[in-house]
Design a protein around this ligand. Structure first.
Ligand code: 5GP
Length: 188
């Protein structure tokens, strides 16, 4: 997606340890027009898949996911990163955070992820694929079918893409970062 790539090159910043900061248009301040373009791309790409639900993980996945849900006219569920006391029929999985370098438990209610669901998962980044593995686990626990995964940005120098291919998961990244070496953003 050319508009996204141009924006990453223009406004993205490299941080130590292979982190790309896109706080000015995705992760902190958001550009709703760019987000809408992103959502249109995902909706077109997965238009042939039989999906009845969009699933994302808080917090940065929520904005693109809700726009995809709006375009495809499907409900959007977000996986929570803190276990609320009030959640009923909770399913949980442990995920390691690449950016925070710690593990945490994510959860979703089995009321909103069921064996009747055909899921499209949407998130901001694909790095090592830890969050994705958590989503695969939660879908398995619920008996839900994971039809595809869409990421705004994939970092191809980390192992997430390979992991998803090994698991036979259909996925789409709208921009792929080849390298952040020497603090230079190289896109595919
Ligand atoms: P993974 O679980 O694939 O290792 O990492 C994906 C999650 O970590 C994303 O949901 C995102 O929040 C965060 N993440 C991973 N790499 C980056 C990065 O380079 N920049 C930002 N802003 N977030 C990242």
């Amino acid at each position: 997606m050319d508009k996204l790539k141009t924006r990453i090159l223009q406004d993205g910043k490299c941080y130590e340890g292979g982190i790309l900061k896109v706080d000015s248009f995705i992760n902190h301040q958001m550009d709703p027009n760019l987000m809408m373009e992103v959502a249109k791309e995902f909706s077109q790409h997965f238009g042939d898949a039989h999906i009845n639900k969009i699933v994302t993980i808080e917090a940065s996945g929520i904005a693109p996911a809700i726009l995809v849900g709006y375009i495809m006219q499907l409900p959007v569920v977000f996986i929570k990163k803190k276990e609320p006391k009030t959640m009923e029929n909770m399913l949980t999985s442990v995920v390691h955070s690449f950016t925070k370098d710690r593990s945490y438990t994510v959860c979703i209610s089995a009321d909103y992820l069921t064996l009747n669901d055909h899921v499209l998962f949407i998130d901001d980044f694909l790095a090592n694929g830890n969050a994705s593995m958590g989503v695969i686990d939660l879908c398995k626990q619920a008996g839900a079918h994971l039809e595809g995964m869409g990421f705004i940005i994939e970092k191809a120098f980390q192992k997430g893409g390979e992991l998803l291919r090994q698991h036979g998961i259909r996925y789409k990244a709208l921009a792929t970062v080849e390298s952040l070496e020497n603090c230079e953003i190289k896109l595919r």
